[in-house]
Design a protein. Structure first.
Length: 219
């Protein structure tokens, strides 16, 4: 078992090194503050970052990019401001659900939420209607700097194409693959996930993948 784990660790480390050498640091997640990162994590569901950025700009220009200010907004006004992110009525409700947790249980302070540690904070976020594992882990990793691995469709697609996971692989099992076989290092997990996103967008596309130019060609 130990040798198997060692081989998986070596493989995941090799993949990371290949991507990092080819693509360099990704400087992800964009956001001026941890709170902005959390807002972005909710808004980016089912849309591009370009659209999310426009919605965030609207919130900033309206002077409401803060927990108390956003929480006080009527849902209709919040939805109007985040309209560029798409599904704006649904996302306004999800954002309000998160703000309700933050304001009513943690005095509007993210630090109070994250200071509980990874497992407790993750459980709290997952209890919020509209926040799933990927969104919760994005908040915890990029805003809270807690060592949790974010899994997305890009990651699973690339791992499947390299026969590292099968077609039945789900979020939980893929997250465990990385967390069980790599050091608990938020900086490493941050960069690794961001590199997967880059590889998925640039090379390991859903259709017409550019395998011959991919940093993982030959893995």
């Amino acid at each position: 078992m130990a040798s198997l784990q060692s081989s998986i660790t070596d493989l995941l480390t090799d993949i990371y090194n290949r991507m990092y050498s080819a693509l360099g640091p990704q400087h992800w997640w964009p956001g001026d503050t941890p709170f902005e990162v959390c807002v972005g994590a909710i808004l980016t569901q089912n849309t591009s970052w370009t659209n999310v950025s426009r919605a965030i700009d609207n919130l900033k220009e309206a002077g409401v990019m803060g927990a108390a200010s956003l929480y006080a907004l009527p849902l209709e006004r919040l939805a109007e401001l985040i309209r560029p992110a798409g599904y704006y009525n649904i996302k306004a409700q999800r954002l309000h659900n998160f703000l309700t947790l933050l304001m009513e249980s943690y005095d509007g302070e993210l630090e109070n939420l994250f200071s509980q540690g990874l497992e407790a904070a993750r459980k709290e976020l997952l209890s919020v209607n509209g926040i799933g594992p990927e969104t919760a882990d994005s908040m915890l990793l990029y805003a809270g700097r807690l060592p949790t691995f974010v899994v997305d469709a890009y990651t699973i697609r690339a791992l499947m194409r390299h026969d590292i996971v099968d077609e039945n692989a789900g979020y939980h099992s893929v997250r465990e693959l990385f967390m069980d076989n790599l050091p608990e290092d938020a900086e490493l997990f941050n960069e690794y996930h961001a590199l997967w996103v880059n590889v998925g967008k640039s090379f390991c596309k859903k259709s017409k993948p550019r395998c011959d130019q991919c940093p993982l060609n030959g893995v």
